[in-house]
Design a protein around this ligand. Structure first.
Ligand code: OAD
Length: 241
């Protein structure tokens, strides 16, 4: 069985990572309610105020050290191993810039919106693994440009990463599953329609109704930390039966 899972901020919410938009969880505000998105997540915002943008992503990067994967991340890693043992495949495509899938044991995670642990030089295009804070004084280790380094995050108006690879995986899968995403941002929000047009089965697992819930064959409402392990048990149980 070949499955593609698309994850969003909701899968990391129970680990303590803020979602971008408010949800029905009364304990959490959305990040975009606290910071204007055009100031911290656009190339124009970075050009206008790089100090603010570095500060915003430095806080997010520092927060990685304070959070842990939750049962949903671990369950997907278990599903990946379980399917691979039988010649199948689970491809995890994430909009998340955290590293919780990897720390939960998942392999070859496709980060379509970039990663907090990666830095990109806007002068020469060099990318490198980096956990340190960035500032306007940061120097690119490759071209030595001061102020060149920026978070390796896809901002609004920029092209998401790995789109051809993601499309190829959706074409090759039999089941497409969306977990913890509001379906508000394209192209990720359109993958369910692509999967439907290709005749794939589709399932959504999300706390609230998403913008695209009506496109899915089935929608399960609740917390990923509970519903994802249950769903993984169903898949692996059916395989073993
Ligand atoms: P959002 O914050 O838009 O949506 C998170 C979704 O997760 C909501 O639909 C919530 O109902 C749901 N949710 C919250 N807690 C949950 C839980 N415990 N279990 C299951 N679901 C839960 O986040 P994304 O959809 O990931 O892009 O946002 C998509 C993109 O918009 C992000 O990658 C980011 C943002 O702007 C960029 O920065 C380019």
């Amino acid at each position: 069985m070949n499955i593609v899972v698309l994850t969003g901020a909701g899968i990391s919410a129970e680990s303590g990572v803020d979602t971008f938009r408010a949800s029905s969880d009364p304990k959490r505000m959305g990040l975009w309610e606290q910071y204007p998105v055009e100031q911290v997540a656009t190339p124009e915002g970075f050009a206008a105020d790089p100090v603010l943008v570095h500060h915003f992503y430095n806080l997010r990067r520092q927060a990685l050290a304070t959070v842990e994967p939750n049962p949903a991340h671990f369950a997907l890693a278990e599903l990946q191993k379980g399917l691979a043992a039988n010649g199948g495949c689970l491809t995890i495509v994430t909009q998340n810039v955290d590293d919780l899938h990897e720390r939960g044991g998942a392999k070859d995670v496709i980060h379509m919106h970039g990663e907090l642990t990666s830095t990109l030089c806007s002068a020469c295009g060099w990318r490198w693994h980096n956990l340190d804070d960035l500032s306007v004084e940061s120097v690119c280790p490759s071209c030595q440009t001061r102020g060149g380094p920026r978070p390796d995050i896809v901002w609004f108006g920029e092209m998401p990463y790995h789109m051809d690879t993601i499309e190829a995986h959706i074409k090759a899968c039999s089941l497409f599953v969306s977990i913890g995403t509001s379906g508000a941002v394209y192209p990720a929000a359109g993958y369910v329609q692509m999967a439907r047009a290709l005749g794939k089965q589709t399932l959504e697992i999300n706390l609230d109704a998403s913008d695209g819930s009506h496109f899915f064959h089935e929608s399960r409402r609740g917390k990923a930390g509970t519903l994802v392990p249950e769903w993984v048990d169903e898949i692996l149980g059916a395989r073993d039966a």
